[in-house]
Design a binder for this molecule. Structure first.
Ligand code: ALA
Length: 518
């Protein structure tokens, strides 16, 4: 019953902004674009989370997550090159599977983008607090983390999300120049970390290698998946790519490959130099991340798994305090651009949904002076700030992953359906071996979704598994859809005039350029 109101792809392409971008990006630029979008809170912060789940065996988790991402990326790139319009996975689903599922995907993308922005804000706060402590001007302990992490309110996470929101309302967007500087900062910080920590690695620190067994590795892979999200920036640049059939796969696989190698080296150096053993409970198994038990066990512990700034922490433990601070400065400078990218993506998805009539039109209001969708940006930004102030990074990353994995799986389904239903539509990039790659991508996403091991506190229900939270979120979304979007949709009978009017509206300036995410 969800397959109703399929929006014809030709209609989607027709109503998309009629921009014609110069094909100028080559394989190298695409790879850099991908690396810039990928490296963030995942490697800088969630390394501790992955170690708590799997111990030194987290390197296996890095590889599993990378393989699933590579498969999903190949599927994603086909649709991105066929339908290079805003709204990404939401729009593709609208054109292939119909409005009901498109709404669910758009609703899931809120988890991906908005919640990821919150996760990266918490990650940033971990490094910033570390720097303030080193500088001798620490915040009161209660304001350094949220209530599930041993504090009361994560003030800096709250503030950075607000600052980024203001920048977005003022019209700050990605600039290629700033992006390349930030890529250089992030890469140099990781190179320095590896160069300093790797020589201190000792075999003894790798035993036991898998204290949480393989289930721990799978749970770590499901969490560290977050560290690879962002590679899709490459596929969304398909329209601007020279020879996309060749360069898109090089950019995608290249950036994922480079990041995987970096992540493996960082994981090896961190675990080998100071150890990455998890905090164990009375049953001898790793304590769940984000739990009060772990927060209690970590009080006054110098273990890697307890740190909210693990890479800086490792260097400080090794006796290189000023290099640790340098890593902190690099993270503090570079992570806000990842928050900006995620919030920007969220406003774009909401904007597209409002233009389709599925959200109130008022939300797509454009500021007269700054030409930005200020209403939706302010509402989203404030919500993100609040949950960044309250929730631990691991919980937020797991929630974000649940939405992303769902959207990626549906994109792979859409690729297969379109291959059957519209085999002759031009495809600037074709997924290689689609009947093997797409089913594997779907299976990989489902497997990681199943392996998400976090618990989310829900009012009136206590902590629920991330998967249950995702289902609750989807049901809430469907209720809202049937109460509002189903009737108001521009595809609903009698609303054709509104659709025609929306199509005549000019596409605002913030629609320019490649999309930041799926
Ligand atoms: N991959 C991005 C990060 O790790 C989302 O911050």
């Amino acid at each position: 019953m969800l397959f109703w109101r399929v929006k014809p792809l030709d209609k989607i392409l027709e109503t998309a902004s009629k921009k014609s971008l110069t094909r100028q990006l080559g394989a190298f630029q695409l790879t850099m674009l991908g690396i810039g979008a990928i490296i963030g809170t995942g490697i800088f912060v969630l390394t501790a989370e992955a170690a708590q789940k799997s111990g030194p065996g987290m390197m296996i988790a890095f590889v599993i997550a990378a393989v699933v991402c590579a498969l999903a990326a190949l599927a994603y790139a086909e649709l991105a090159s066929m339908i290079p319009v805003s709204g990404s996975a939401y729009t593709y689903t609208y054109g292939v599977l119909g409005e009901g599922l498109a709404w669910v995907v758009g609703w899931a993308l809120v988890l991906e983008y908005a919640v990821a922005a919150g996760a990266v804000s918490v990650g940033w706060s971990g490094y910033m607090n570390g720097l303030l402590i080193s500088a001798g001007i620490p915040l009161p302990e209660m304001l350094r983390s949220g209530p599930y992490d041993g504090g009361s309110f994560n003030l800096l996470a709250f503030l950075i999300a607000l600052v980024v929101t203001v920048l977005l309302v003022l019209g700050t967007s990605k600039s290629a120049k700033v992006n390349s500087i930030l890529v250089a900062i992030k890469v140099l910080a990781l190179v320095m970390f590896i160069a300093v920590a790797m020589p201190a690695a000792q075999d003894a620190n790798f035993a036991p290698f898998l204290p949480g067994g393989y289930p721990g590795v799978y749970a770590a892979a499901a969490s560290i998946f977050f560290a690879y999200v962002g590679f899709d920036a490459v596929s969304t640049a398909a329209e601007e790519t020279k020879n996309p059939q060749r360069n898109i796969p090089i950019g995608l696989i290249g950036s994922l490959g480079v990041c995987t190698i970096f992540y493996l080296l960082v994981g090896y150096a961190a675990a080998g130099s100071v150890g990455a053993q998890p905090m164990l409970g009375a049953d001898g198994m790793p304590l769940p991340t984000g739990s009060p038990e772990l927060a209690a066990a970590c009080a006054n512990s110098a273990a890697l798994v307890c740190s909210s700034e693990p890479l800086a922490h490792v260097l400080r433990l090794l006796g290189f305090a000023s290099l640790g601070n340098l890593i902190g400065i690099a993270a503090a400078l570079a992570l806000p651009s990842v928050i900006l990218m995620m919030l920007f993506g969220q406003t774009r998805i909401f904007f597209t949904m409002a233009r389709d009539g599925l959200l109130p039109e008022k939300l797509s209001g454009i500021h007269p002076r700054f030409h930005t969708p200020h209403v939706i940006t302010i509402i989203t930004g404030f919500a993100v700030s609040l949950f960044a102030g309250l929730f631990p990074v691991g919980i937020l990353a797991d929630i974000s992953n649940s939405g992303t994995l769902f959207a990626f799986a549906l994109v792979a389904v859409a690729v297969l359906i379109l291959r059957r239903t519209q085999p002759n539509r031009p495809r600037p990039f074709k997924t290689p071996l689609p009947w093997i790659v797409c089913p594997l991508a779907i299976a990989g996403c489902l497997f990681l979704f199943y392996s998400l091991s976090g618990h989310v506190p829900v009012a009136g229900m206590g902590p629920v598994r991330t998967q249950v939270f995702f289902l609750l979120w989807a049901v809430l979304g469907l209720v809202i859809y049937f109460l509002y979007g189903y009737r108001k949709s521009h595809m609903a009978p009698g609303n054709a005039a509104k659709q025609a009017a929306a199509e005549l509206e000019p596409v605002p300036a913030f629609h320019e350029g490649p999309e930041p995410g799926p």
